[in-house]
Design a protein around this ligand. Structure first.
Ligand SMILES: Nc1ncnc2c1ncn2[C@@H]1O[C@H](COP(=O)(O)OP(=O)(O)OP(=O)(O)O)[C@@H](O)[C@H]1O
Ligand SMILES: [Mg+2]
Length: 530
C-alpha cells in the first residue's frame, strides 16, 4: 500500500475544517453558482429561514425572501457587487414572518458567490426601544415645560378673574333690576366665567388642581354618568360598555375621573361623524417592567385600565405627538368646536393620580385611548362630608383678619365680607398681619390668608398666629396648590381651603362654614369643661 499523498491529506483536512466551520457557525451561509442559483446552504441557514435546498429548487427565492420590489432590487445589487459590504434588511422566512437580518456577499475566482447572513433581531429591537425612549423622554420633558407655563399663567389669571368676577358681582348688586347696564355687566361676568373654566382646565393639565382623592370604583363612576354619555354622543353612535365586574379600586378624585371619561368619549364621538360603535372597557392589568421601560412615566405594577375605543377617523402619527398639548386641536377653533384642552386635562388628571395614558390609533380604522390608574391599596377612608344646606345664612358679625398680597383681590374680599356684616382687618403680607394682630386686643375669629405670598407663606403665618391665638380658625385661599401644606395637590385633613377664582357667594359660604365649625368646636369644649 502506497503511503498517503501528503497533498491529498492536506486537502482532505482543509475540506473537513471548512465543513466543520460551515456547519457550526451561527451565521447563515449559502453558496451560489455564477448564474446565481443556490448550490448549498448550511444548517444555520436552514434553521433560521426554514427553507431547505430541495424546497428552493423550483422557486424564485428572491421573490420569496423579498416580496417588496425595492428590497429585492437592493439585494440583487448587493449580490452583483459581492464586495463583502453588509446590508441590513428584513427577510421573509418560510413561515411568512419577517425577521431583521444583515447580509454580505463575497465573489470567488470562478464567478460563484458565498452569501453570509446574520439574524440581527435583537440589535434592531434594542435600537427601536432606544429611539422610542428618547422620543418619549423628549415628549415628557416638553409636557413638563408646557405644564409649568400653563400653571403659571393659570395662577396669575386666577387673581385677575377673582377681581373681575367679584367686582361685576358687586356692581350687579348695586344696580336696580331694570338698569340698562345690567345686560352688559352680565356679559362681562359670562366671559369671565368662561375664562375661569379655561384656567381650571389649565390647572388640571399642570397638575395644580386641588383634589380630594377617594377610593372609588371605576365601574360605578361610569355607571353614574352613562345616561349623560348617551345623550352626549347622540343616537347615531352605539355605546357599548364592557366592564370587568372584578375590577379593583383606584384612588382618585371622582369629579376628575368623570371629566376624563367625558373628554375621551366626546373625542371618540367627534371622530365618528357618520356614526359607529364606541366601546368603554375596564380591566385589571399588570404593567410589567418592559412596559414601564418603553413608556416614559408609566410605573410597573397592578393597575386598573379604562379604555375608550372608537371606529373613527384615527390620528396620524405626526399628530399623535401633539394631542396632549394644551390648545392643540384639529377641530374648528373659530366655530368653538374644540379648544384643545380635552386631552391636556386628561393627561394632567391621570398624571396627578399617578397613572399613565396611552394612545393607539390607526388612521381610517379608529382610536383606542387607554388610561391606567394604579390599583388602590385599600384602607377605609372617611366618606365625604354631607353637603352644607344651601339656604343657610352667610352673614356674620365675627372678626376676620384678611391677608392677601394682591391689592385688587384684597380690596374686593374686604368689601364682600364687610357687606355681610363681618369686621375685617387687612394686611398685605405676613409681617403686617403679625403687627395688626399685636395691636388688636379683641378676638380674631378667622385668619383668611393667601397661601403663597412674598415673605412668610400663609401656612407659616397661620402657625405663628395660632400659637398666639389658639381659638382662631384658618381658611386658606389660593389659585395654586404649590405649598407644602397642600403638598401634591392633596388637602391635609382639617385644612380649610378656598380655590381662586371664587365668587362672592362662594367666599361667604366657605367663611361661614369655617366659622360655624369653630363655634361648634368652642361650644363643645365649653360643655366638656363645665
Ligand atoms: N378619538 C379620537 N379620534 C381621532 N382624533 C382624536 C381623538 N381624540 C383626540 N383626537 C385628536 O386630538 C386633538 C386634541 O384633542 P382634545 O380633546 O385635546 O381637543 P379637542 O377635542 O380638539 O377640543 P376640546 O376637547 O377642548 O373640545 C383633537 O383635535 C383630534 O385631532
Ligand atoms: Mg376633546
Amino acid at each position: 500500500m502506497a503511503a498517503p499523498d501528503p497533498a491529498e491529506t492536506a486537502t482532505a483536512l482543509q475540506k473537513e475544517l471548512l465543513q466543520a466551520i460551515v456547519d457550526h457557525v451561527p451565521a447563515m451561509i449559502c453558496f451560489l453558482n455564477a448564474e446565481g442559483r443556490f448550490q448549498w446552504v448550511n444548517r444555520a441557514w436552514r434553521e433560521h429561514l426554514g427553507w431547505s435546498l430541495q424546497d428552493m429548487a423550483a422557486r424564485d427565492m428572491l421573490a420569496e425572501f423579498y416580496p417588496g420590489a425595492r428590497e429585492r432590487e437592493q439585494m440583487v445589487a448587493l449580490m452583483r457587487a459581492a464586495d463583502s459590504q453588509w446590508l441590513d434588511c428584513r427577510t421573509r422566512i418560510r413561515s411568512g414572518e419577517t425577521v431583521d437580518t444583515a447580509w454580505a456577499f463575497v465573489r470567488l475566482s470562478d464567478g460563484s458567490t458565498i452569501g453570509i447572513g446574520q439574524d440581527v433581531s435583537e440589535r434592531k429591537e434594542a435600537e427601536r426601544t432606544l429611539r422610542m425612549n428618547e422620543s418619549q423622554l423628549r415628549q415628557s420633558q416638553k409636557m413638563e415645560a408646557i405644564g409649568r407655563l400653563a400653571g403659571g399663567v393659570a395662577h396669575d389669571f386666577n387673581n385677575l378673574l377673582t377681581s373681575i368676577l367679584g367686582h361685576t358681582e358687586l356692581m350687579l348688586g348695586e344696580l336696580a333690576p331694570g338698569h340698562p347696564l345690567r345686560e352688559d355687566i352680565g356679559e362681562v361676568r359670562h366671559a369671565a366665567e368662561r375664562a375661569a373654566d379655561l384656567t381650571s382646565q389649565l390647572l388640571a393639565f399642570s397638575r395644580k388642581q386641588v383634589i380630594e382623592p377617594r377610593v372609588l370604583e371605576l365601574n360605578t363612576a361610569i355607571g353614574h354618568i352613562m345616561g349623560m354619555l348617551r345623550r352626549l354622543i347622540g343616537e347615531h353612535i352605539e355605546l357599548v360598555p364592557a366592564l370587568d365586574p372584578t375590577l379593583g379600586r383606584v384612588l382618585a378624585d371622582p369629579g376628575q375621573i368623570e371629566q376624563v371619561i367625558v373628554n375621551l368619549v366626546v373625542n371618540a364621538r367627534d371622530a365618528m361623524p357618520e356614526g359607529g360603535r364606541l366601546r368603554i372597557e375596564t380591566a385589571n392589568v399588570v404593567l410589567d417592567a418592559a412596559f414601564a421601560d418603553t413608556h416614559v412615566g408609566a410605573l410597573p405594577g397592578p393597575h386598573v385600565m379604562l379604555a375608550v375605543i372608537d371606529e373613527g377617523v384615527g390620528i396620524d402619527p405626526e399628530i399623535q405627538q401633539h394631542i396632549f398639548e394644551p390648545f392643540f386641536t384639529t377641530k374648528d377653533k373659530a366655530k368653538a368646536k374644540g379648544t384643545g384642552l380635552g386631552l391636556a386635562t386628561v393627561y394632567g388628571i391621570v398624571k396627578q393620580s399617578g397613572g399613565y395614558v396611552a394612545v393607539d390609533s390607526t388612521p381610517g380604522t379608529g382610536t383606542t385611548m387607554r388610561v391606567y390608574l394604579p390599583l388602590a391599596v385599600v384602607m377605609p377612608l372617611p366618606s365625604a362630608p354631607a353637603p352644607a344646606p344651601e339656604d343657610r345664612s352667610t352673614a356674620g358679625t365675627e372678626t376676620i383678619l384678611l391677608v392677601e398680597d394682591e391689592d385688587s383681590v384684597r380690596g374686593l374680599t374686604r368689601r364682600i365680607l364687610a357687606r355681610a356684616g363681618y369686621t375685617v382687618l387687612t394686611a398685605r403680607d405676613a409681617d403686617e398681619a403679625l403687627r395688626v394682630s399685636a395691636q388688636y386686643d379683641e378676638t380674631i375669629d378667622l385668619l383668611l390668608t393667601d397661601v403663597i405670598m412674598t415673605g412668610l407663606s400663609g401656612p407659616r403665618l397661620s402657625e405663628t398666629l395660632i400659637g398666639l391665638r389658639p381659638t382662631m380658625s384658618v381658611l386658606f385661599i389660593s389659585g395654586y396648590n404649590e405649598d407644602t401644606i397642600l403638598r401634591q395637590g392633596v388637602l391635609r385633613q382639617g385644612v380649610a381651603y378656598l380655590q381662586k377664582p371664587f365668587t362672592p357667594a362662594a367666599l361667604m359660604r366657605r367663611v361661614r362654614e369655617v366659622l360655624d365649625e369653630r363655634r361648634g368646636r368652642l361650644e363643645g369644649k365649653a360643655r366638656a369643661a363645665g
